[in-house]
Design a protein around this ligand. Structure first.
Ligand code: 6GU
Length: 223
């Protein structure tokens, strides 16, 4: 998989992808993440990417030309399955969307800023608009990191234990069950006996019950 991210804040994204699982996923060849500085695609000598809104009103709008130039340069090199725009008025991200996108080959992610992009960008280039929740961030960069992380960790081979993404919260619309590690007792608080019993089938059953119970208590909307 290849993910191209278009942003006015490339350094912010580069530092995110230079760590942990995301770094290993790239080093292992499971994903190639390429960050593009939108300012490299301006014709303007001041490298401006935004301008005042037609009709007035507060806030700057991201211009179409640099975005068009960047997306077209990428599309001349390869075919993209989706051109995603990160925006609070997009479809709210969930595990199902992350699963579907993890099966794609090439993705472009455009990070919005200021008052958003010129509407014609959406009409001409964007195939999918994604939000990460009902609150407003100052830019789409953090949202692009969230989306990329959710996708990349699903790629086969990226996680050490291949089954671990399958037992995530949300993967079967249930929250994850509680987990424990050593010591078996901490200041009188013991790990549930069943987990020390060695009965694999009963442990699986216990975990499923706990996941159901936790979902019922915390997120009944998922059931
Ligand atoms: Cl994708 N962008 C911004 N700026 N704010 C958000 C968001 C995206 N998702 C939730 N809030």
């Amino acid at each position: 998989m290849r993910i191209d991210i278009i942003t006015c804040l490339p350094k912010l994204l580069e530092s995110f992808f230079a760590h942990s699982i995301l770094q290993r996923a790239q080093q292992g060849g499971y994903v190639e993440v390429v960050v593009h500085d939108l300012r490299d695609y301006t014709a303007d000598k001041h490298r401006r990417v935004d301008d005042y809104a037609f009709g007035g009103g507060a806030g700057m709008v991201m211009q179409i030309e640099p975005i068009a130039r960047c997306i077209r340069a990428l599309q001349a090199e390869r075919t993209y399955d989706e051109v995603i725009y990160m925006t609070p008025d997009g479809q709210t991200l969930n595990q199902q969307t992350a699963n579907a996108l993890s099966l794609r080959q090439n993705l472009i992610i455009l990070c919005g800023h200021y008052k958003g992009v010129d509407e014609r960008v959406r009409e001409l280039f964007i195939t999918k608009e994604i939000s990460i929740g009902d609150y407003v961030l100052s830019g789409g960069e953090l949202a692009a990191c969230v989306l990329s992380d959710a996708i990349i960790r699903l790629l086969p081979g990226v996680l050490n234990d291949e089954t671990s993404a399958l037992t995530d919260s949300f993967q079967d619309n249930l929250l994850a069950p509680p987990v424990y590690t050593r010591p078996a007792e901490f200041e009188g608080h013991r790990v549930p006996d069943i987990l020390l019993s060695g009965h694999e089938a009963r442990i699986d059953e216990w975990r499923h019950e706990q996941a159901l119970e936790r979902t019922r208590m915390r997120r009944p909307d998922l059931l």
